[in-house]
Design a protein around this ligand. Sequence first.
Ligand SMILES: Cc1cc2nc3c(=O)[nH]c(=O)nc-3n(C[C@H](O)[C@H](O)[C@H](O)COP(=O)(O)OP(=O)(O)OC[C@H]3O[C@@H](n4cnc5c(N)ncnc54)[C@H](O)[C@@H]3O)c2cc1C
Length: 120
Amino acid sequence: MNTTGNDLDWHKEVDVIVVGYGAAGGISAITAHDAGAKVLLIEKMPHPGGISMLSGGGVAFARNAEGAFQYLKRTCNGTTPDDILRKMAEEMVGMIDWLKDLAKVSGTEPTQTETRGHGT
Ligand SMILES: Cc1cc2nc3c(=O)[nH]c(=O)nc-3n(C[C@H](O)[C@H](O)[C@H](O)COP(=O)(O)OP(=O)(O)OC[C@H]3O[C@@H](n4cnc5c(N)ncnc54)[C@H](O)[C@@H]3O)c2cc1C
């Protein structure tokens, strides 16, 4: 039964279910799909986007994984394990190319601004 009290007849089979269609859910669904999975993305609200729709859309990326790791380590101040920070730092290096590629489907191109991270 769904939230409106109607019976549901549900037969869909998928590899991955993503709950919530904000930025995290959207990216997870695209990533799983591109890796070959059959994906179901579900959203509780009438419209997708979550708080992500209101964000400035700024994405931090890095040119140097070791520098990014040192920056994250300093700014997180011991709150996050090093292996997680290192993985994040590594992914931040490829982020801009990945985003540019992703943006092609809508014919847009992210603008790029370079700054030195705080504390570097
Ligand atoms: C004004 C503003 C500006 C910002 N600017 C930036 C920025 O420039 N750069 C940046 O990196 N971050 C920015 N942020 C922060 C950023 O927007 C959030 O960290 C990010 O959008 C969170 O994404 P999310 O996918 O985790 O959550 P959300 O976008 O909130 O998505 C979660 C989704 O899950 C759905 N959901 C929840 N529970 C269920 C359920 N049980 N079943 C089904 N669906 C469910 C929700 O309805 C929602 O759609 C900004 C935030 C604000 C408010």
